[in-house]
Every structure is written in structure tokens, then in C-alpha cells.
Design a protein around this ligand. Sequence first.
Ligand code: AMP
Length: 426
Amino acid sequence: MESRNSYQSPSRRGSAEDRPSYGSRPSYGDQRYSTRGAPQGGRGRGPSPRSGGGSARAKQFIHPSRFIQEARVTEKADYLPIHSFEDFAVHKKILDNIVIKGFEKPSAIQDQTIPLVLEGKDVVGIANTGTGKTAAFAIPMIHDLMTNMDHRALIMAPTRELAQQIMEECFSFGKGCGLRSALLIGGASMYLQKRDLRTNPRVVIGTPGRIKDHVQQGTLPLPLFNFIVLDEVDRMLDMGFINDISGLLARVSQDRQSLFFSATMEPKIARLIEQFSRNPVTVSTKEGSTVDSVSQNVVYYSGSTDKMDKLHDVLIGGDCGRTIIFDDTKRAVERLGRELHARGFKVDEIHGDKSQAQRSKALSRLKSDEINILVATDVAARGIDVTDITHVINFSTPNSYDDYVHRIGRTGRAGKGGKALTFLSR
Ligand code: AMP
């Protein structure tokens, strides 16, 4: 296992030399991973956000005032659900699993969505990130699959990480419910996924690209799927998946129930929903454009050395627990990770050039407190559901305000407070 030094000893470097094993049921505890490139960075090389390694989109100007906001945690925690979980007419096993998970009362999106889904309605859920969307569809979906043996669910998500997390959430709600599942994401073995698909899983979760690959190879019989969930549709649109999604939706069962979740409702998304749903009911629990439970502020710097030093100060400031730092490009992320590592921080990096195994490994290291800092490109902004992220640091400004919201949505989840700091040049 890779071992990273702690804060005071700056030079030791670790490496991991394992291989991933993927299957229909990812067992997060025992996955093994491949080698991580040896870092070569040094002090004093301030990252230049625009330097190569990735394809940064043109940035929109975002007024600094939009990065500053007091947290309003109490307001969010005050939501009074109409239902308790026991009010939902779902199988006892699911209710037991909800108790085991420690959920005491439904969040707003769950409170309002679950009854509609249980009635068999198509639903469009508009909610901020981190508000409990996954359980809002997973709970009634598992009930439906347990009740109707000919039903099969297909869940599409924009990123591998999100797909994996949905899988984990579905496991925890569906424990002991006898539902086989398959996870179809890029960067993982096609061979093992095909093997999983041969077992006729009742739940298939994946990213549009890999799902399409399986459909093209004839290994995923889409017409058998009649419970469809599209999560983070806005992000799928941003990532250019819209045509793939339309193509896939055109091939699933005509007699189906469809659920769409999105943080925003742009015309393209509205058209997609209109085309592929039947009289959907829209539930909106969105409260403004940012995650209200996150306290947001800016850090001004002058020059790259000052920027790095300011970051160092923030990280040793005392209240920094689990922290995600965003930078623009893969290369910038690598360089910043090396720099922080050289300064003795417990850090790992996550970006599009990392293998799926390396990305999963970095997340599990964060979850197990082996590291407390994850440096990431925006690819990681969706789907990371690590609880108790105390800080999101925008070492580079996000490309758009939407990206900003997605980034800071990694903290302040489930109504907990969190801090977001955005670095701005003087
Ligand atoms: P999601 O928006 O589905 O990614 O959920 C964000 C986080 O909130 C996850 O860690 C969930 O496990 C947690 N969560 C969702 N619903 C509840 C609830 N009703 N009570 C407590 N935690 C929840």
C-alpha cells in the first residue's frame, strides 16, 4: 500500500503497485490499484492555471461578489417534511436499510419525490447538488423492482464517480433485497461488465458512453429496461452527451417510468424531457443558485509564490479537515499535488488522465483519512460524495458560475456547513 508521510516530513514519496478488479458489485474495501507516477515537483514553482495538460474552456467573468456569502445552515436544516420514511409504502427491508443508514427524516426532494414515483408518475426533480437526490429515486426504484419482477432499471449519470456512488447508495438501500446490478463505466473492464450483464441484472448504472458501447456490441438489451433514471442531466448536457442520451432513450421500453434530475432546467433539457416522458410532475426544491449551507469567501493573492503561501496558510489554519482543491488543468493539478506533497501535506490528485482505479483509490484514501486533501479538475466536481468535506478551495476560478456551484456542492452536503474559498489575483 502506498504510504504518505504526514505533515512534518516533506520528502518521502509512496507508490502503489496493485491492479483493479471490477465486477458487477464493486467491493470498495478490497479494490487494488495501479502505480501512481512518481512526483518530481519542488518548492517555489507556482502553478500556472493555464499551462497545458488539459483543455480549459474559455472562462466567463464572474464578479468576485458572487464568491462571497455567509452560510445559512439553519434555514436548510429547518425543512419540515410532510412524511416520515415509515409513511412511504415501501418494503420493510428498505425501511430497515434506511434506519441502518442513519437517515432520520426525508430531505425536501425525497419528501416530495418519493410518493410521486411510488404512484408510477414520471418525475422531473430540480434540486441543488447534495440534497439527497439519490435516495429520492433509489428508494422507490428498489421498491418497484422488488414488487414487479419484470421491471428493470437503467440509471445514467454523467461521471464514473457519480455512477459508482449511485451504485453504493443503491447497495445500501437494497441490501438483502435480492437485486443484481451492473456498473457500466469507462476505464473499467468491458469483459467483466459483459460477464455481469450475462447474469441479467435488474439494475444497470452507468455513464452514457459506456452504456452506448454495450448497446452497440449487443450486450445490453435496452428494450427490457422500463424504469429509467437520468441523474444530473444538466451536466450530461454540458459534457456533450445529449445525442447519446436521446439515442439510448429512444431504445428503452416504450412502457416505462422515467425520472430526470437536474440542478438547472435549460431549454435543451426541457425538450429532452418533453420528448421522452409522459405528463411528468416537476418537483423543485432548489433554493437559490448556490448551496446555502456553504460559507463562501475569497482569498486575494499577488503572484504565484504568494498564492502558494496563502494556500499553505489556509491549509494549516486549523479548521481545514477534508479539503478539495480545484485547479484548471490536469498538469496544474499534478503540479499542485506535488508541491503540497513536498510541503508535507497528505494529498492525492484526481483528474481525467488518471485511471478509474487511481481515481477510486484517491477517493477511498480521502474517505479513510489517509489523506485529507484532494486536488482535482472539474471532472471530479460532480459525483464526489465524501461526507464531511470541510473546505472546497478554488485555486483557479471556475469556468462558469454553474461550475462554481458544482464545485462548492462537494461541501455543505446534507445541510452540514462547509467553507468555499476562491483564489483571486489582486
Ligand atoms: P445526494 O444528494 O443523493 O448525493 O446526497 C448527499 C448526501 O446526503 C449523501 O451523503 C447522502 O447519504 C446524504 N443524505 C441523503 N438523504 C439524507 C437524509 N434523508 N438524511 C441524512 N442524510 C441524507
